[in-house]
Design a protein around this ligand. Structure first.
Ligand code: ADP
Ligand code: MG
Length: 404
């Protein structure tokens, strides 16, 4: 339902922001020319298969330049998992995505339906598919470790929720996943029910004292393939303490590179700032995943984030690129959510995942139980949409020969 009673005053809640204003916000987003003259012939077929928009830092291939500190992307430990073709979805004819995408990238408003309106049988079928008790691999594993930084300096856009739910979805389907909580608030640690009281081995010790990642890693209960490196409140002082540390921007990269256990995905849950912790994440990662809330203000500041990625790419980590944008907290009842989703798709193209995460009470309730929505309510729309997002993320990686 589209609300017709919108106030004309921009300061009022519910003000209908015009497409033009959204475009203005996106026009601020920088477009780099730096990668335009990449030698196409030098690209592998896998790299060519990557979704990319020419001349931008998103969707561009990795540049094979050596990393200054001597740690190159190739030093990262490969895992022996084999890349496989996209796995057909046996329930494809029965399932609906959480927010059906219509031709042309617009998003339908069918999300007005509550979870309760779903036929019980379909909900149960979705739950079984997500929890995957048979262990059938519906999601391909990458041929090589993918380190993904989940960043957006705005708070409350769904970074932690995305890190936790994608990690659980992939782990339930056979990938080995590590979540690194890089936010002093420790929300990802809470969401995965991992201990993170002050004084416990945590990512803080890895960054400031060089503690091996393996000594801070905890197994997530109930999800065999999922590991978490927690953040304690000690991390709040890390940015200041690290100022005098040698190679302070690449502490996390070194820690991850030295972790030799096989891991398919490392998700780094960033704090809501662009400080040294986020810079460490951008230096450590090859891929950046940006969750964007389907609201007007969500686009403000996006330009700044992209400029930061460009700076890190230019000076510290030539391999980094924005591989994925995920639209979160989509509210089908508002026209604005549609406008934002549509404009973001037009601006960023294929980098934006098809799956859109709806605003859902179930998603926000789950962390209170120390769970992801995947396990808290696996039949819900929130769980289904995160499962779809995880599947597409994995399939893109497999299509790019595991080099994504
Ligand atoms: P960030 O890590 O970017 O600060 P969070 O993932 O912590 O954002 O999300 C902020 C708040 O919004 C949390 O309370 C979370 O439970 C809630 N939330 C996240 N995604 C959704 C969603 N799709 N629907 C409803 N609430 C959500
Ligand atoms: Mg967070």
């Amino acid at each position: 339902m589209v609300r017709e009673d919108r106030p004309a005053d921009p300061s009022q809640p519910g003000y209908d922001v015009s497409q033009q204003r959204i475009r203005q916000a996106l026009a601020e987003v920088p477009v780099s020319r730096e990668t335009e003259d990449l030698d196409d012939a030098a690209m592998t077929a896998g790299e060519r298969a990557r979704p990319r928009a020419s001349g931008t830092i998103y969707g561009t291939p990795r540049r094979p330049e050596p990393y200054e500190s001597g740690v190159s992307a190739d030093d990262m430990v490969d895992v022996s998992g084999s890349a496989s073709a996209p796995v057909p979805d046996p329930l494809a004819s029965e399932r609906t995505t959480a927010v059906p995408i219509q031709a042309g990238g617009s998003v339908s408003r069918e999300t007005e339906l509550d979870d309760d309106d779903l036929p019980l049988a379909m909900e149960a079928r979705r739950a079984v598919q997500i929890l995957n008790p048979s262990g059938a691999p519906l999601i391909p594993r990458p041929a090589r470790r993918r380190v993904m930084c989940i960043a957006n300096q705005k708070g409350g856009v769904g970074k932690t929720t995305t890190a936790v739910n994608l990690a659980v979805a992939l782990a339930l389907h056979g990938s080995r996943v590590m979540v690194i909580d890089l936010d002093p608030q420790g929300n990802a640690s809470t969401g995965l029910s991992v201990e993170h009281h002050s004084g416990l081995n945590s990512i803080y010790d890895c960054l400031t004292d060089g503690l091996p990642l393996s000594e801070a890693t905890q197994q997530v209960e109930g999800i065999p393939n999922l590991l978490c490196v927690p953040a304690t409140i000690d991390l709040a002082g890390a940015e200041i303490e690290m100022v005098s540390v040698v190679a302070r921007e690449s502490r996390l990269k070194r820690a991850i590179a030295a972790y030799e256990e096989p891991v398919d995905y490392v998700f780094i849950d960033c704090p809501p700032s662009l400080g040294l912790l986020t810079v460490n994440a951008l230096v450590a990662a090859e891929e950046v995943l940006i969750p964007i809330q389907c609201e007007y203000y969500a686009l403000e500041g996006l330009g700044q984030l992209l400029r930061n990625v460009e700076l890190v790419k230019a000076h510290l980590n030539p391999s980094v690129w924005i591989s994925t944008i995920l639209l979160t907290m989509y509210d089908g009842r508002t026209k604005l959510a549609d406008q934002v989703a549509q404009e973001v798709r037009e601006h960023f193209g294929d980098v934006v995942l098809d799956a859109v995460i709806p605003r859902s009470v179930r998603v926000s309730e789950a962390p209170g139980y120390g769970q992801s929505v995947m396990t808290y309510d696996p039949g819900s729309r929130g769980a289904t949409s995160y499962f779809d997002a995880a599947k597409q993320l994995a399939e893109r990686g497999a299509a790019a020969g595991g080099k994504a």
